[in-house]
Design a protein around this ligand. Structure first.
Ligand SMILES: *Cc1c(COP(=O)(O)O)cnc(C)c1O
Length: 402
């Protein structure tokens, strides 16, 4: 079911299995080939510039395009309802490709004030060093976003649900603000996945995923993706992909492509398990606060219900003892791994301390710090609820908390 063959409007579960793939014309293999070749034999001379690769050019060199990576790109595009997709070596490679392709010295970037730490640090430290004016605001405060816009604002960058507060961004509202100021809006949709939210349909211009997380789903390959219209993708292809060069290995693309086939099913199970664990934690006497978009108690539950078709498997919670409990979690948890990353079939937990993050990464003060603390307090345990039996997960947490 190659996207180039003008596919029927198949439904999502079918697209997850078949989009981008077709039986091999020579061997009739049903599963996709893994093409590890870095270069391809040419039938006619081709240019050496990223700027004159014709539409529908044959495969030339795997930093430009590779058949296995292209299968992944077609599947991601089908799932997100995007015209174009480009895949990268990691979520950060996808993120830096977008930021460095679109922004020039003197441009303003308006970014959410609490998001994935790698992105936050890249913007605040490296982009600032290159002369880009980085302004960070609380994206739950639409007036603050509006006030941050200026004539030189070229890009607005959000993340929903956001790491680690689990705040939900109103994608349609922020897209309207960005477009009213002739800026483009990019959203990191890693926590949501294409199953929960399709930001392009809500008005976003760029969607970014760390494929390392839910899309791969098994914790064994790193990757990233950018989705956009073909027109908006052009600068990302030449500058971000071909020149910055953070391309994905075909082997990792092949693994992630296989992971995507079960993404719709896995997300249903992640959501069910996360809701069960969230309700258990909410009822535990030592737990101070649980932040899960699917709980009625989440401050953005109404927005989450409107914008998300699945509440995903990520939650954060505050607990008596805070950071002090981490060694106990490391020692006592038998099922849940104490580790960073998320979206795997294995449950993963880690501590994100507010003071530490403020000092190293976010540097918030005043109202913005207060708004952050309203969600995260002194810090949260971020729990990526996996696909184990939810009763085993709750019992694991109960043992560690008592
Ligand atoms: C993990 C993550 C990233 C970075 O992805 P890598 O694949 O680790 O480079 C970016 N954004 C979010 C929301 C993430 O969770």
């Amino acid at each position: 079911m190659s996207a180039t063959k003008n596919p029927r409007p198949f439904r999502r579960n079918t697209l997850a299995v078949h989009a981008g793939e077709a039986p091999d014309p020579v061997t009739r293999a049903s599963a996709p080939n893994l093409v590890m070749s870095s270069t391809f034999v040419m039938d006619e001379p081709a240019g050496f510039s990223a700027y004159d690769i014709p539409e529908n050019a044959p495969y030339i060199y795997s930093r430009w395009s590779n058949p296995t990576v292209q299968q992944l790109e077609e599947k991601m595009a089908a799932l997100e309802g995007g015209e174009a997709c480009r895949c990268f070596a990691s979520g950060m490679a996808a993120t830096s490709a977008v930021l460095l392709s679109l922004l020039s010295s003197g441009d303003r970037l308006v970014m959410s004030d609490a998001n994935y730490p790698g992105t936050a640090e890249l913007a605040r430290n490296d982009l600032s060093r290159l002369g880009i004016d980085v302004v960070t605001v609380n994206f739950s405060d639409l007036n603050a976003v509006e006030r941050a816009m200026s004539v030189n604002t070229r890009l607005v960058w959000g993340e929903s649900p956001a790491n680690p507060t689990m705040r939900i961004t109103d994608i349609a509202a922020i897209a309207d603000i960005a477009h009213a100021h002739d800026a483009r809006f990019a959203i990191d949709s890693t926590f949501a996945t294409p199953i929960a939210t399709q930001p392009l349909a809500l008005g976003a211009d760029y969607v970014i995923h760390s494929l390392t997380k839910y899309c791969c789903g098994h914790g064994d390959a790193m990757g990233g993706a950018v989705l956009a219209s073909a027109e908006h993708m052009h600068p990302i292809e030449s500058a971000g992909q071909i020149h910055l060069g953070g391309v994905i290995s075909p082997f990792n693309a092949w693994l992630i492509n296989r992971g995507l086939a079960t993404l719709p099913m896995r997300m249903q199970a992640h959501e069910q398990n996360a809701l069960a664990v969230a309700r258990f934690l909410e009822s535990h006497p030592r737990v101070l606060k649980v932040l899960y978009p699917g709980l009625e108690s989440h401050p953005h539950h109404a927005l989450a219900k409107k914008q998300m078709q699945n509440f995903s498997g990520m939650l954060s919670f505050q607990v008596e003892g805070g950071a002090g409990l981490a060694p106990k979690f490391m020692e006592k948890l038998e099922v849940i791994h104490y580790a960073v990353s998320l979206g795997h079939h294995r449950s993963l937990i880690c501590w994100l301390g507010t003071d530490d993050l403020m000092k190293s990464t976010y540097h918030l003060a005043g109202e913005q710090l207060d708004a952050y603390r309203e969600f995260a307090g002194e810090g949260v345990y971020r729990l990526s609820v996996g696909l184990e039996d939810p009763d085993d997960l709750c019992e694991d947490l109960a043992r560690a908390l008592d």
